[in-house]
Design a protein around this ligand. Structure first.
Ligand SMILES: NC(=O)C1=CN([C@@H]2O[C@H](COP(=O)(O)OP(=O)(O)OC[C@H]3O[C@@H](n4cnc5c(N)ncnc54)[C@H](O)[C@@H]3O)[C@@H](O)[C@H]2O)C=CC1
Ligand SMILES: CC(=O)C(=O)O
Ligand SMILES: [Mg+2]
Length: 619
């Protein structure tokens, strides 16, 4: 279809046409788009040319049985649907019930994935209806399993795979994505998927899951998001031999070839989607993660979630813990198990937060100890200290005995980012309880099996005195006849809000300070009720509201530091964000074109009523 025929059909100018089309199909574009229409001529969907069936085929448009009779007649889909007309609430009740019938979480994940392929708004409506219940099904821990089984899970394209053999053609491949106005890309090369190691192209589940959270937790319109997997091979032998493996069956490419490939990818993204397209790096392995962030953070609108997002959420937890312990950040001793992307990212942001308390960098660094697979980061150890963590090297004798060191350094906070499930043994936890009145225990490795200790273990071994957070959710803890609901120290509290703010004001860079801003905003929103329940984070259900607050603070910072590109600055940022975000409720199809009387006449039932009705019918 040529652009000329589209314009002829619409009888209007190119820019007006595009804005009208884009606004109709992707109804959630808040700002006018000024684009080079030629660039998009071969790649956008024109609603006026859509055939009726397309309204059922495209998940962005589909409402299933919720199309009213008037809409069905208007769109020419009468008869393609059964006669019943359902409300979105009724559909939600059916989905809630259907999902509850699956016993296995991977099957639930698959059900949700299919719903996303069928009816996007219903999918997000369902997710939003109970975030604590559904988040673990689209995110950690289930997403880890889905990645491991991605060969079975993979059905329809939800993102783009770019392989090392596509070098020289990345721009062309990006053009194959059917939606033109992508604003946020989440990219992985699959080398460090959660704590599960190198999953190669199976890692695609992660960018898909993270971008789902952009929408579910921050209202970023899904059409703006593009998941990408860079398939540079895998060093995971079992995948290379797995008949179901969907990636290239070669060892990982490294060195200059890898770097050139990433460079071409970054350039192609900007050429295709404008220079401030946001690129979130996710689950890259250690040397690449740190190196690429350093290389690109001042050249592109980019951040590394494992380094910076994680730092934001953990510093927020520590700021909240300070309200319980009555100790400033600078009055603690921090001991890390794991000195990789997450560990050093957190340590660096703790230093930045301490600097705001007036602690010098030297003093801050003195309060932070890190262990990696080779033991304490000691200047005396053979093999030295990895470059990204040099400043944390201590002039102490090398040791690999983390447990003994908990006592030696008198740690008041231990942070597990090691991928070693169960590494915080009962002895270590007991020692923490001796070190201070309210020890902080962060068992952050994902998925659940990789957590350094469970919530229950932490309580049981610290006489219930610990302040605990984990990367994946744990069931409530029972201790001394009381129930505690511990918090999830997961970057999902931070990256959706930061990205929303960055996207909304078209910020062209994302400095580290934005993550401290987000951390402070998150910490400020923890209530006494949260603390009484045993958690240092707000409820997961509050994340959508928190993300909007974080976004507003991020935007304020962007304007203050001349990083924003939307001018004049909106007068009311809260309203601007509220208008910006994706709406999961169905809207009427082309109500301004057609004025059919409503023919539904269906009594709307509540979700509870529907579930009850279904249960009684299916006994
Ligand atoms: N809760 C959250 O929001 C987040 C959690 N994570 C989790 O943290 C873990 C680590 O992630 P990254 O830092 O990105 O990985 P990474 O690969 O960059 O770092 C892992 C670190 O653990 C160390 N390590 C490995 N085995 C060890 C052992 N037996 N003893 C001591 N240290 C050991 C490594 O030497 C390395 O320093 C993963 O499980 C990941 O899922 C990561 C980002 C966010
Ligand atoms: C949460 C996250 O980003 C990770 O475990 O890698
Ligand atoms: Mg990650």
């Amino acid at each position: 279809m040529s652009i000329e025929s589209v314009l002829h059909h619409l009888n209007c100018s190119k820019t007006v046409a595009f804005n009208r089309l884009a606004k109709t199909v992707f109804t959630h574009i808040p700002e006018p788009i000024t684009i080079n229409i030629r660039k998009y001529s071969d790649e956008f969907l024109c609603p006026n040319l859509l055939r009726g069936m397309d309204y059922l085929r495209f998940p962005q448009l589909n409402k299933g049985l919720a199309f009213t009779m008037a809409e069905r007649q208007t769109l020419g889909i009468q008869g393609l649907l059964a006669s019943a007309v359902q409300s979105q609430e009724e559909q939600l009740a059916i989905c809630t019930y259907s999902l509850s019938r699956f016993k296995n979480n991977l099957n639930k994940h698959l059900y949700l994935s299919e719903l996303l392929d069928t009816n996007e708004r219903l999918f997000y409506e369902l997710l939003g209806s109970n975030i604590p219940k559904y988040l673990p099904l689209v995110y950690t821990p289930t997403v880890g399993l889905a990645c491991q089984r991605f060969g079975l899970v993979y059905k329809k394209p939800k993102g783009i795979f770019i392989s090392i053999h596509d070098k020289g053609r990345i721009y062309k491949i990006l053009r194959n994505w059917p939606i033109p106005h992508v604003r946020a890309i989440c990219v992985t090369d699959g080398e460090r998927i959660l704590g599960l190691g190198d999953l190669g192209a199976y890692g695609m589940g992660i960018p898909i899951g993270k971008l789902c959270l952009y929408t579910a937790l921050a209202g970023v319109p899904p059409s703006m998001c593009l998941p990408v997997t860079l398939d540079v091979g895998t060093n995971n032998q079992s995948l290379l031999e797995d008949p179901l493996y969907i990636g290239i069956r070669e060892k990982r490419v490294q060195g200059c070839e890898y770097d050139d490939f990433i460079e071409e990818f970054m350039e192609a993204c900007c050429e295709k989607y404008s220079h401030n397209v946001l690129i979130q790096f996710e689950d890259f392995a250690l040397p690449n993660a740190v190196r690429l962030l350093d290389k690109y953070k001042t050249r592109y609108c980019t951040f590394n979630d494992d380094i910076q997002g994680t730092a934001g959420v953990i510093v927020a937890g520590m700021l909240t813990a300070a309200r319980i312990t009555k100790k400033k950040l600078g009055e603690n001793i921090y001991l890390f198990l794991g000195a990789g992307s997450a560990g050093v990212g957190i340590a660096n942001l703790i230093c930045d937060a301490m600097a705001q308390e007036g602690v010098s960098e030297k003093e801050a660094v003195e309060k932070i100890y890190l262990f990696d697979i080779d033991g304490l980061l000691s200047t005396k150890r053979p093999g030295g200290i990895p470059k990204h963590a040099t400043k944390y090297g201590k002039d102490l004798e090398p040791t690999k005995d983390f447990g003994a060191f908990v006592k030696t350094c008198k740690a008041t906070a231990i942070i597990g980012v090691s991928t070693v499930g169960g590494a915080f043994t009962p002895a270590i936890l007991k020692q923490m309880a001796e070190n201070c009145e309210r020890p902080q225990i962060y068992a952050l490795s994902n998925p659940t099996i990789k957590a350094e200790c469970t919530a229950q273990e932490a309580y049981d071994n610290t006489e219930g005195r610990c302040i605990y957070a984990s990367g994946s959710p744990f069931p409530p803890v029972k201790y001394n006849g009381k129930e505690y609901h511990t918090g999830q120290g997961n970057n999902s509290y931070i990256f959706p809000g930061v990205s929303l703010g960055v996207l909304a004001c078209y910020a062209h860079h994302i400095p580290d300070t934005m993550f401290l801003t987000a951390a402070r905003c998150l910490a400020k929103n923890v209530t006494q009720k949260d603390l009484d329940m045993g958690r240092i984070y707000p409820s997961l259900s509050d994340i959508p509201i928190l993300s909007c607050k974080i976004a507003v603070d991020v935007m304020e910072e962007a304007y203050k530091n001349n990083l924003a590109s939307v001018y004049p600055k909106p007068k009311d940022l809260n309203k601007y964000i509220a208008d910006y975000i994706y709406k999961t409720k169905y809207d009427d199809v082309r109500p301004d074109f057609y004025d059919y009387p409503e023919s539904r006449g269906v009594q709307v039932k509540t979700v509870e009523e529907m579930v009850k009705q279904f249960k009684s019918k299916n006994k």
